[in-house]
Write a protein that binds this ligand. Structure first.
Ligand code: ZN
Length: 548
C-alpha cells in the first residue's frame, strides 16, 4: 500500500514538472495578446449540434486544443446582451456592476435609459447622436480590460469591436485604446468623443473599402447543399421572419445588396456581419500593432450577427445553422491569421456567449413541446384590476426584462400604498397559469422560490435600475414580441447555459462538466495574466483550465 502511494506521488510530481514547463507556473510571464470572442446568442449545445458540419480550424480547433467548460451558466436574470458582455468582463452581476438590462426605466423620471447612451459625448464618424453618443458612464465596476491597463501602467492596448455599441463599449471598459461599433446610417465603423476626437486614419481607410457591399454582393446562399442541413427544420416554416425585403424565409436571399443600399442594418441579420466584424478586428490588430509590444494587449470582439439571425429565425432554422458554419470558417481563418501575425503560442483566446436563446414558439407548438406567450394581455388585465381597486390604471409604468416597473412618482403623488399595490399585482399574477412565480424584488431573499432562480433574481436586481416585481414564467414561455423567431431573458438553461472555451497561451487541453458561472471568466483571465481582479468581481479562477 505504502509503495503504491509513493509511486503515485512520484508520478504526480513528474507530471507536475512537465506541466510547469508548459504553463510557466508563477513566472509572471504574460501572453502577447488576449482575444475575447463573445458569440451573441450562442447556446452551448450548438458546439455539438453542428459539430459534424464544422471544419478543423474553428470550433473543432477550440475543442481539440483548448479547454472546454461544459457546464457554465449565467448567474442572474434577465439574460440579455448588455448584461452578458458586462458580466463576462467584470466577473460581476447587475446588482453590483449597474448594467441592469439593455435598457431600463429611470425611477425618478420614468424615462427609458439605454445602457450606454451618454448625452455628454458626441458621435465621432457619424452624424447621428442616437447612434454615436455612447460611453461606459453607466458601468459601475472595472473590467478585466481596465485592470490590464492599470497593471501595465496603461501601456497595454485594449480595443473593443462589435456591430453593437454596447457589446464594444462595455467589454472595452473605462479607459481603452479604442471602442468601435457599426453605424446603420452610414455603413461605417464609428466611435464617440469619450474615446477620441476623430476616427484614426486606418478606420477611415477601412470604411472607405466598402467591405459590407463586397460581402453582400452575391446574396446569401447556403454553404452546403440545402438537403444536408439535417440538424434543422425545413427552410420555409411559419415561425421565421425573413431578412430585408425577402418575401419568404427561404434561401437564397438575393436582394441583400439592394436592401443594403437603403438600409445598412440589414447586414446584421446575415452571417456577413460576423465576417465584417472579424475583418475590422484584424485591421485593428494590424494598425494598433496588437501583440507586438512588450505588454499584453487585449482585443475584445463580439460576433453579433448570430443574435440577429437567431432572433429572426430561431435556433432550429437552416439560417442559424448556416450562420454557424460560416462563423466556423471565419474563426478558422482568424486563428490562422493570429498564428501568423502574433505566433501560435503567444496568444490566449476565450470564446463564450452573452446568453442563449429559446426554441421558437411555433417550433415548440408544432412538436408538442412546452411553450407559449407569457404576457399576452397581461399589462391590460392588471391595469383594469388596478383601476377597479385604486381608481388608477396607470400605476404600472411598463413590463420590461420580465419585470414590472411601478409608476413611483404617481404612487407618491396620489399617496397610494405601494406594498398593497404590489400584493394586488403579485396575487393576480400568481393566479395566471402562464406564471410560475411573481415576487416583490425587494423581498426576494425571503420568498419561497427555489435555487437557483432566487440567487439569479437577487444577482440581477439592481435596486436603482431594475423593476419592482419579477415575473418568472413557465418553461418555454416567450414574450409576445417574439411571435416569430425567438428571444432570451429567462433563467432556464436554453437562455443561461453558455459555451466557454479557453485556448492558447497557458491553457491545458481538456474538458469539464463541473459547474461554473459566467462571472468566473474575468478572474480566470486575471489569474492567467497575474493582474488584479476587476473591482466588482464575485467569481473565481477556473483552476482546472490553467492547471493550478
Ligand atoms: Zn438578443
Amino acid at each position: 500500500m505504502f509503495r503504491k502511494i509513493q509511486i503515485f506521488v512520484l508520478a504526480v510530481a513528474t507530471f507536475g514538472n512537465v506541466n510547469a514547463q508548459k504553463t510557466k507556473i508563477n513566472s509572471g510571464e504574460r501572453p502577447k495578446l488576449v482575444v475575447g470572442l463573445v458569440v451573441d446568442q450562442m447556446r452551448w449545445d450548438y458546439l455539438y449540434r453542428f459539430e459534424k458540419k464544422f471544419g478543423k480550424g474553428g470550433f473543432q480547433r477550440l475543442l481539440g486544443e483548448g479547454y472546454s467548460l461544459n457546464n457554465v451558466h449565467i448567474p442572474y436574470i434577465p439574460t440579455v446582451t448588455a448584461i452578458g458582455h458586462t458580466s463576462i468582463y467584470t466577473g460581476s452581476v447587475p446588482s453590483i456592476h449597474g448594467i441592469a438590462g439593455n435598457d431600463w426605466t429611470d425611477k425618478e423620471t420614468g424615462k427609458n435609459v439605454y445602457c450606454t447612451a451618454d448625452d455628454s459625448v458626441n458621435p465621432v464618424g457619424s452624424d447621428s447622436k442616437k447612434i454615436g453618443s455612447h460611453s461606459p458612464k453607466n458601468l459601475w465596476s472595472t473590467t478585466v480590460t481596465d485592470q490590464l491597463r492599470i497593471a501595465s501602467n496603461f501601456k497595454s492596448k485594449v480595443v473593443g469591436v462589435s456591430l453593437k455599441d454596447r457589446a464594444s463599449i462595455l467589454p472595452a471598459g473605462h479607459n481603452p485604446t479604442g471602442a468601435f461599433w457599426f453605424d446603420d446610417s452610414s455603413g461605417n465603423f464609428i466611435t464617440s468623443s469619450y474615446y477620441m476626437n476623430e476616427l484614426p486614419k486606418w478606420v477611415n481607410d477601412f470604411n472607405g473599402q466598402k467591405v459590407p457591399e463586397k460581402l453582400l454582393a452575391n446574396g446569401w446562399e447556403t454553404t452546403l447543399p440545402i438537403g444536408e442541413y439535417t440538424e434543422s427544420t425545413a427552410d420555409n416554416v411559419e415561425w421565421e421572419y425573413p431578412v430585408g425585403t425577402a418575401k419568404d424565409p427561404v434561401f437564397p436571399y438575393k436582394n441583400l445588396l439592394t436592401d443594403y443600399a437603403t438600409k445598412k442594418g440589414v447586414i446584421r441579420t446575415t452571417p456577413f456581419g460576423n465576417t465584417l466584424t472579424l475583418k475590422f478586428a484584424e485591421a485593428a490588430l494590424d494598425n494598433y500593432t496588437l501583440g507586438k509590444g512588450t505588454e499584453t494587449d487585449f482585443l475584445a470582439i463580439n460576433l453579433a450577427s448570430t443574435d440577429y439571425v437567431g432572433h429572426s429565425y430561431g435556433p432550429n432554422s437552416i439560417e442559424v445553422e448556416d450562420t454557424y458554419i460560416r462563423l466556423d470558417k471565419d474563426l478558422a481563418a482568424f486563428f490562422k491569421m493570429l498564428d501568423e501575425k502574433v505566433g501560435k503560442d503567444n496568444y490566449l483566446v476565450f470564446l463564450s456567449a452573452d446568453h442563449g436563446g429559446a426554441n421558437a414558439e411555433g417550433f415548440l407548438r408544432t412538436n408538442k413541446i412546452l411553450g407559449g406567450f407569457y404576457d399576452d394581455g397581461m399589462e391590460k388585465n392588471l391595469g383594469a384590476e388596478l383601476e377597479k381597486k385604486y381608481a388608477n390604471s396607470k400605476v404600472i409604468l411598463g413590463i420590461d426584462n420580465y419585470q414590472i416597473y411601478l409608476n413611483q412618482s404617481l404612487i407618491k403623488e396620489k399617496k397610494l400604498d405601494e406594498d398593497d399595490i404590489k400584493t394586488t399585482i403579485i396575487n393576480s399574477l400568481n393566479k395566471d397559469p402562464r406564471v410560475l412565480y411573481a415576487v416583490d424584488l425587494k423581498k426576494i431573499g425571503s420568498s419561497a422560490i427555489p435555487e437557483p432562480i432566487k440567487t439569479r433574481a437577487i444577482n440581477g436586481y439592481n435596486w436603482q435600475r431594475s423593476g419592482d416585481i419579477q415575473i418568472v414564467s413557465h418553461d418555454g414561455m416567450l414574450p409576445t414580441y417574439a411571435k416569430k423567431g425567438t428571444t432570451h431573458s429567462v433563467w432556464n438553461s436554453y437562455d443561461s447555459h453558455i459555451p466557454l472555451i479557453f485556448m492558447g497561451w497557458g491553457i491545458k487541453h481538456g474538458e469539464s462538466n463541473k459547474d461554473y458561472n459566467m462571472t468566473d471568466i474575468a478572474p480566470t483571465v486575471s489569474a492567467l495574466l497575474h493582474i488584479e481582479f476587476p473591482s466588482g468581481n464575485i467569481g473565481n479562477p477556473i483552476t482546472e483550465v490553467i492547471g493550478r
